[in-house]
Write a protein that binds this ligand. Structure first.
Ligand SMILES: Nc1ncnc2c1ncn2[C@@H]1O[C@H](COP(=O)(O)OP(=O)(O)OP(=O)(O)O)[C@@H](O)[C@H]1O
Length: 250
């Protein structure tokens, strides 16, 4: 059965001054996929993620979601799209330090104003419990480890049940054990149907993908599907993905 696309990118280019960073990118992102974007430093990975996710605006081209070109949305429609339809996690967590764990997670849900406070709190608690943070809900963010902070950021990004979760180097600031915990959380959500698009430099993170896009010089140089992640076949998977990445020049 063919998968349905959730985002369709058409002839997307991004320039800074006279410098072409993304050059005529055509791309579909498919529902329930865990798509990873890899490539050399400076290739345009984060720029692509930002332009697909509306965090930045392309110089030209279209980003189609739900039959609408996101590059043409009014500020009001764009703000609603960002609150309702996408979640975002960053290398640096971007949590509000003076709020508790639970308050951080509830905030986007309360801002959306489509549910009662009680409903938002209930879902935040479910998410935090699923991410192994039930004992930390009332704690201040400053008391958490990096891995715990990133898992709070995942819960926050999922509070409005987004159609797509975008992640830019989510394990980049974490030690190896915390990185694995965060990747396990992302994998579990993907196995439950969450569409994820993640930029990473980290092979361990790329192993979670069922599709890898390899970006080079602002274009899609490689695009390959893999079988969904299965922890029991990690050694063979590592060899398969690593050798493909090496073919790409990684
Ligand atoms: N706001 C900006 N103004 C000017 N140039 C920019 C801007 N943002 C990014 N660039 C340039 O665009 C190019 C691609 O940057 P981008 O961050 O997308 O690359 P990347 O593949 O994610 O790199 P890395 O792996 O090092 O994070 C780089 O040369 C960068 O300097």
């Amino acid at each position: 059965m063919s998968k349905s696309n959730i985002i369709k990118v058409q002839q997307l280019s991004k320039h800074y001054d006279n410098h072409k960073i993304l050059d005529n990118v055509n791309l579909e992102i498919f529902e329930s996929d865990f798509t990873v974007i890899m490539g050399p430093s400076g290739a345009g990975k984060s720029t692509l993620l930002q332009n697909i996710s509306t965090m930045d605006k392309p110089t030209s081209g279209k980003v189609i979601f739900n039959q609408q070109d996101l590059t043409k949305l009014t500020d009001k429609a764009l703000s609603l799209f960002r609150k309702k339809d996408i979640g975002f996690i960053f290398q640096s967590f971007n949590l509000i330090e003076h709020l508790s764990v639970l308050e951080n997670v509830c905030l986007p849900g309360l801002l959306l104003k489509t549910e009662s406070k009680q409903q938002v709190i209930q879902r935040a608690k479910q998410l935090l419990t699923g991410l192994g943070l039930d004992a930390h809900m009332e704690q201040a963010i400053t008391h958490l480890s990096g891995g715990q902070k990133q898992r709070v950021a995942i819960a926050r990004s999922l509070i409005n049940q987004p159609k797509i979760l975008f992640a830019d180097e989510p394990t980049g600031a974490l030690d190896s054990t915390s990185g694995i915990e965060v990747l396990d959380s992302l994998t579990l959500n993907n196995q439950n149907g969450q569409t994820i698009v993640m930029v990473t430099h980290d092979l361990k993170a790329a192993l979670r993908a069922d599709r890898i896009l390899f970006i080079k010089d602002g274009t899609i140089f490689g695009d390959r599907n893999f079988t969904p992640y299965n922890a029991s076949q990690i050694a063979a998977r590592r060899i398969e993905i690593e050798s493909w990445l090496q073919e790409m020049g990684w």
